[in-house]
Design a protein around this ligand. Sequence first.
Ligand code: 13P
Ligand code: SF4
Length: 394
Amino acid sequence: MTTTPAAEPLLDVQPSPLALLLLGRDADPNSERGVECPGDLPAASDPDLVERARAAKARLGDRVFILGHHYQRDEVIEFADVTGDSFKLARDAAARPEAEYIVFCGVHFMAESADILTTEKQQVILPDLAAGCSMADMATAEQVAECWDVLTDAGVADVTVPVSYMNSSADIKAFTGRHGGTVCTSSNAERALGWAFEQGEKVLFLPDQHLGRNTAVLQMGLSLEDCVVYNPHKPGGGVTPEQLRAAKMILWRGHCSVHGRFSLDSVNEVRERIPGVTVLVHPECRHEVVTGADMVGSTEYIIKALDAAPAGSKWAIGTELNLVRRLAKAHPDKEIVFLDRTVCFCSTMNRIDLPHLVWTLESLADGRVVNQIQVDAETEKYAKAALDQMLALP
Ligand code: 13P
Ligand code: SF4
């Protein structure tokens, strides 16, 4: 298919003006940035924290169910009833209707999805409300509504199906549900795109341009020229109506601030430093990093690949540092290193620490529900349609 080139470089990961806004008590609680913990946190130096967490969890018994994303700190993962990637945790949350409290050790958009997928009676709690996600912040409801107007003016909205990455606010998932689209995660993006292209001619992929591009080009057989980048900070998204009409994938200009740091240089450097190394990266990495790597997959995929790897094998992993460190510790017979020389945690995932978990569990055990994440009924109705569509993907 012949298309006009995209208006800006496809691999551009300039920071969005919305990323890295300061967290704090006065921040907008409706945004992914959240607010500070409103209670008295135990000191991080308290030597009894582990014992206190155990005791509070025991007092709560089956009334509490703790979910832990793979990027959480070890001190938190130790108390998780289940661990997983965002897809597995969404399913696990939905499968526990008997637990009164779902404590979500992850980030805000994950807790929102858990609230949408659990029953009315269950309460979902995020131990630190400042655990947001800079990628989710890169697509606001207003910006996405404006984008849809641009697509409507270009005459393509009718044939476009929105596909929203799980890493988006409930508002964006609701927009997706309202327009007949689906949510996806990094472990089912290919199936989600396959389904979407059966429903329409084009996909609006939100908010991670890299997952959208990598899946479209490396798994769906589309070309880079089939993709355009819609920049919400430019009039008309920085693309012409002709470009929108020619494109098959309209990629929102968002990215993960952790995975966006890996570069082709880091891939080349590690290959020189560790001969025979296998480079395995998450699909939120830039296209050039993914094509320069040996393997690509979600956090669950990465874990399984290392479990199956032979002793003595060497691996450089391009994903969040808490997970890479845990994998290196779990497989002392294999050489497992972080892909970049400059190490980097996800700062918002790391907001959930043992003091916040202890404060949350002790508050719940004392009958005080803190930091509840509640999505309003209207948003929930449409966001649930998009999440259910994901859970029903073939
Ligand atoms: P997965 O859990 O889907 O692998 O996503 C990684 C991520 O960035 C979560 O914030
Ligand atoms: Fe968001 Fe990236 Fe952190 Fe995941 S790793 S929560 S996408 S900033």
